[in-house]
Write a new protein. Structure first.
Length: 122
């Protein structure tokens, strides 16, 4: 995953499986950071692959959901929850407003993703 060609290919794949879901589900003004989120998926995967065994085992399932091409409703919802959790993690929106507007499945879902982002230091 080190070369820039590899990164570009991986980003293109993640964009293909995540972008359509987010574009179809995330409304303005929350849609402004979709490209940044996809870029961070590549970074998260690199950090996960370079992390210790415990961290890899703990978060591999979550990242596999994000990069899955599946169109199952639970996978789509997980990608949306992960995106809004990223917005909260980066400080673009408050957890209160995301929960109040029912943009995520619930607080536990939101904070599960945030714990992963914190552990990977993205």
């Amino acid at each position: 995953m080190g070369s820039s060609a590899d990164r570009a290919k991986i980003r293109e794949e993640y964009e293909r499986v995540v972008l359509d879901v987010l574009r179809g589900s995330v409304k303005a003004p929350y849609d402004a950071y979709i490209s940044e989120f996809i870029d961070q998926l590549v970074v998260m995967m690199e950090k996960l692959n370079n992390s210790d065994v415990e961290t890899r085992n703990k978060f591999r399932y979550g990242l596999s959901i994000l990069t899955s091409p599946s169109n199952k409703p639970n996978i789509i919802r997980a990608k949306i929850n992960a995106y809004y959790a990223y917005l909260v993690y980066r400080g673009y929106v408050s957890a209160y407003s995301v929960l109040k507007n029912k943009l995520v499945a619930g607080g536990e879902s939101l904070y599960t993703w945030i714990r992963m982002y914190r552990s990977l230091n993205i």
